[in-house]
Design a binder for this molecule. Structure first.
Ligand code: PA5
Length: 459
């Protein structure tokens, strides 16, 4: 396979990093990792099968074809949250580019603008909806459970608006949800609204390569076959036994060993605005999958590494002081494109001013590459482990490969931590309390928790 992303682990290991992880430490996990990979292969967590599930991609293509690839619409709006939104944003920004919604229709090759409403901030929702021509807008409500308050509230608002315009809901709404369960599935069936299925065994944060992420991607003209091809390339890592040739398992192991040594934070710092939302996607994947109170046997363990996102070069002037000289508690991952779509040259002006004349005639491409290299070296000098994920090009295949590699890495890390990486019991209580505050039937008992006497410190 021709891999489109490459990992540079040079500044992870000792002696390049003082007190860094050693090759011997990694090798001592060889047997353990082989066992972990075998378990993952046998258990087949839902996401593993996705790249090879033809129905998955065909259902999206068939639906898009029904709507003539949404060319009659000006705007395509995703309504979802968490795993039902973060991947959509990452695909749009990395592959459609940052200004997709600012382009005119010709420049967009007839495809609609892509929006993602992933919050219930009234100002955000109202101002996004205000700018849409409802007659030329199609909404895609995405919710695996069909009960998430944020997604469902936005769905109800939008349905109300569509109906108030006297428009046919079936032309302006597509539902993506569980194949059988949940109220959204009922609505789709009863009202004849076109729908797509999220495979049963695939959880939200692992679902970007299912109809969850693929429909808005195809609506934006992204080549979803190539995206899946990239994921397939990464799938082959499951058969790569040599740890030193397997970035998914090696990176999980590196994070695990460093976590055991007190590195509680995993920073993902993108040197590309387009790749930056991938760090947001990663934040959810790493946090929700690995932050757990119990191990697989029910023993309290309280584990998890806090994922943090950063943007280079911007955050060199905001975070790097801390990363270099603050607590040595981080593993830092840089996302580094080896080529950008544009080359921006700095004009040769101010040649008399030594402090800036060196920039004249050079490119922003050279500058950002130098900044990244300098940051990595300075961190290494200070004994701060860091690694590069290098994208030969920002394209469908490299993004698909990145997504699947990180999903696999997360599954391996879950096994090393001995936890279930595929549930999220820690978000349930907040959901139930919200339901009870909003008066949902059957959740009244949770009010008792809210009504408990709390000593106030409001100043
Ligand atoms: O990873 C997860 O399972 C969650 O983050 C969900 O994606 C999120 O809570 C949204 O859930 P749903 O798709 O059911 O609305």
């Amino acid at each position: 396979m021709l891999r489109k992303i490459r990992f540079d682990f040079s500044f992870v290991f000792s002696p390049n990093i003082s007190n860094g992880v050693s090759e011997e430490e990694v090798n001592s996990y060889k047997k353990k990792i082989e066992g972990v990979i075998e378990e993952i292969k046998n258990e087949k967590p839902g996401f593993i099968l996705i790249p090879f599930d033809e129905r998955n991609i065909n259902s999206v293509k068939n639906l898009a074809e029904k709507y003539d690839y949404f060319r009659d619409y000006e705007d395509f709006v995703v309504l979802g949250i968490g795993g039902s939104a973060l991947g959509n944003i990452a695909l749009r920004d990395s592959l459609n580019g940052l200004n997709w919604n600012g382009l005119d229709k010709n420049e967009r090759k007839g495809f609609p603008r892509i929006h993602v409403i992933d919050n219930v901030d009234p100002d955000f929702v109202a101002s996004t909806l205000k700018n849409l021509d409802m007659k030329k807008t199609i909404f895609n409500v995405i919710s695996k459970s069909g009960s998430t308050a944020e997604a469902m509230a936005n769905y109800m608002i939008v349905k109300g608006i569509i109906e108030s315009f006297g428009l046919d809901v079936r032309k302006h709404l597509v539902i993506t949800t569980d194949p059988e369960k949940g109220v959204l599935r009922e609505i789709a069936n009863e009202e004849g609204i076109n729908s797509l299925e999220i495979p049963k065994k695939v959880g939200g944060r692992f679902s970007v390569l299912t109809p969850v992420g693929l429909l808005s991607a195809i609506a934006g003209g992204i080549n979803i076959d190539e995206l899946i091809e990239g994921a397939k390339n990464a799938y082959s890592l499951l058969d790569e036994k040599n740890l030193w040739k397997n970035p998914a398992t090696l990176n999980a192991l590196i994070h695990y060993i460093y976590y055991k040594k007190g590195k509680n934070i995993s920073v993902m710092m993108s040197y590309s605005n387009r790749l930056y939302p991938l760090a947001d996607w990663y934040r959810q994947l790493w946090a929700e999958s690995l932050g757990k109170k119990y191990d697989v046997h029910g023993k309290e363990i309280y584990v998890g590494q806090t994922p943090v996102k950063a943007l280079g070069a911007t955050d060199q002037h905001s975070q790097i002081q801390l990363y270099n000289e603050g607590p040595n508690d981080k593993v830092i991952t840089f996302l580094v494109p080896k080529s950008y779509d544009h080359e921006v040259r700095i004009p040769k002006i101010h040649e008399e001013l030594d402090s800036i004349s060196y920039l004249g005639g050079r490119t922003l491409n050279e500058l950002i590459a130098a900044e990244q290299k300098a940051t990595a070296y300075s961190l290494a000098q200070n004994g701060r482990p860091n690694l590069n994920v290098e994208f030969s090009k920002i394209c469908e295949e490299s993004i698909g490969e990145f997504i699947f590699t990180y999903e696999l890495q997360t599954a391996v890390m879950g096994k090393l931590l001995n936890i279930n990486a595929f549930d999220q019991p820690g978000v349930e209580m907040g959901k139930k309390l919200t339901y009870s505050l909003m008066g949902r039937k059957g959740f009244a008992e949770f009010r008792k928790i809210l009504e408990k006497k709390v000593k106030k410190y409001i100043i």
